[in-house]
Design a protein. Sequence first.
Length: 167
Amino acid sequence: MLESVDDAAPFDDVTAVTSAVLAASRVLVAVSMRSLAAAEQPVTLPQFRLLFLLDGHGETNLVTLADQLAVNSSTALRMVDRLSGRGLISRRVNPDSRREVLLRLTDVGQRIVDEVTARRREEIAVIVARIPARTRAGLVKAMHSFAVAGGESPAEAERPPVPPGWQ
């Protein structure tokens, strides 16, 4: 049975909220790992994050991608090399700056993003369906607030459900 916090009482216990978020994050990480492992071509979580960023931002260069991943360019380049070698990312010379290479998802890379996202969504929906309907509205508000506090822009936090994820 799910336990809930009395909605009428003010709740300002950062420790209790932190513990609850940690417990939920373990569930979400497990969902993510299962969805990645079941993909047509399994990818690691950092690799999926790179693919997801390319999906959300379209064609981009390595420096911008490294910044979005919060890694140095050499780390991003190694990830790109692996994913490109597997046919998930394509590269082309930027016609406006021949020294720059532009990266984008291939059709196979797009299928991986779509497949993993759909699996995640399905499994999360099953979990959410187990939550009593009267508490779901509060969960939406809380998760939105958490996403914004964690760095998602309000527009991104409210983005339509496809594709869900992080930046």
